[in-house]
Design a protein around this ligand. Structure first.
Ligand code: CTP
Length: 403
């Protein structure tokens, strides 16, 4: 229930993507939001008000002159108690109207008379998106403080390929959740490593580990939600890059090290959430090793660079957060690891509680001692971790100001 208590107005405009508004309304309601719907006349040609009414349990409003609205002031009342207006899909026509400050139907009037912020999820044909008039309108809307969720590039309903596809309902929900997160890392650049690494043995075999990358991706998403610019350096995972995050994909520890060397200098926070392979194969075979080719095949291993130690050891190093997945004696190992890695903060968990799972249980170790973040979904823990880091950064700033 990540949107519990949030009062939303979902505006639906006319476009093929309007069919996805039904799913969006359902997901928002499922996350605990109070979802009021307003549709343009064109939207009702694609999806019926009855569908949205059934999914939200509330009237789906369509008419500026609807006599059911108290005092006949629907154009004002329906948005006044809202925390956010979301327009999804936002058609080219509707964005043009918003940019021009027009108010000739219920939804455009609600947007113009609003006191709350406005988030739009554009959906249109690629040519319409790229049209100079559209680009001019976008520039105006950004300048007016309108927030954007997407669009994405991809296949379009019209058969063309390019920019203008509406984000999927799940992605829009993530954008709405992000909108409500406090901007604790605004203006900061955050670098995150995530996932396992793969160390080649031969062209088809690797040494790796069971890391799913979920915790690192959650930290990247939570940092971006907190207003940071985020670079995610990821080993091989099956996960989608969080919206708004720059992702550099690598395979081996050495490749991860090279990517981090480029991204981390000058950044503000470095989260080392990757499960980096400690060793790589020294005598890597150029061709596939055949069964029985060597009796008692043995691999010679060389130690990989310690990426976190390198970043932490740099002059003007970012604030470094280490991760430790232990199988026993969590407190003892975590304290020793924090000291060995010389990082201000270490996030530790028991590997058996976390590997591949959506939930985790994390304890933080810093100079003041231990802080249990509790057991929760990884995204929720990542948000708590980001809040803790932001608190420590603010403390550092205060200390510097005093000195
Ligand atoms: N780490 C890293 N580069 C490596 C190894 C680890 O950046 N080559 C980072 C991890 O991302 C994590 C932290 O160091 O944030 C601790 O990783 P871990 O493998 O638990 O530490 P090790 O020092 O390798 O300790 P252990 O002996 O327990 O493997």
């Amino acid at each position: 229930m990540t949107l519990k208590g949030k009062r939303l107005l979902l505006g639906v405009t006319g476009g093929v993507a309007a069919y996805k508004a039904a799913q969006l309304a359902r997901l928002l309601a499922k996350e605990g939001a109070d979802v009021r719907v307003a549709m343009t006349e064109a939207a009702t040609r694609f999806v019926t008000p009855v569908t949205l009414q059934a999914l939200t349990g509330q009237t789906a409003w369509t008419d500026l002159w609807d006599p059911r609205v108290p005092d006949n002031m629907g154009h004002i009342e329906l948005s006044r108690d809202r925390d956010l207006i979301i327009v999804a899909p936002a058609s080219a026509d509707f964005l043009g109207k918003l940019a021009g400050g027009l108010a000739d139907d219920l939804l455009s009037t609600l947007c113009l008379a609003r006191r709350c912020p406005l988030l739009v999820a554009p959906a249109m044909n690629v040519e319409m998106w790229e049209n100079p008039a559209m680009q001019r309108n976008l520039h105006t809307l950004r300048g007016d403080g309108v927030h954007f969720a997407g669009p994405a590039a991809g296949d379009q309903a019209c058969g063309e390929v390019g920019m203008g596809r509406m984000l999927e309902p799940e992605e829009i929900v993530a954008e709405v959740e992000a909108f409500f997160q406090p901007k604790l890392l605004a203006g900061k650049h955050v670098v995150v490593t995530a996932g396992p690494t793969e160390e080649p043995i031969d062209p088809v075999r690797v040494i790796t580990n069971a890391s799913s990358g979920k915790m690192g991706y959650a930290v990247a998403r939570a940092s971006r939600e907190a207003g940071a610019r985020v670079t995610l350096v990821s080993g091989p995972t099956a996960l989608a890059t969080p919206t708004g995050v720059e992702c550099v994909r690598v395979r081996s520890a050495e490749q991860m090290f090279e990517a981090v060397k480029k991204a981390a200098p000058g950044s503000d926070v470095f989260f080392a959430a990757a499960a980096v392979s400690d060793y790589r194969v020294k005598n890597r075979a150029e061709q596939k090793i055949k069964k029985g080719a060597a009796a008692g095949l043995s691999l010679e291993l060389a130690e990989n660079p310690d990426i976190l130690a390198w970043v932490a050891g740099q002059k003007n190093a970012p604030f470094c957060v280490g991760f430790a997945a232990e199988s026993e004696k969590l407190v003892e190992h975590a304290r020793a690891k924090r000291a060995k890695k010389a990082v201000p903060l270490l996030a530790a968990n028991l590997a058996q509680h976390a590997l591949g799972a959506d939930d985790n249980e994390i304890t933080l170790f810093d100079e003041r001692g231990e802080h249990a973040l509790g057991r929760a979904p990884k995204l929720e823990l990542a948000r708590r971790l980001v809040a803790h880091v932001a608190g420590m950064l603010a403390g550092e700033k205060r200390a510097r100001a005093k000195a």
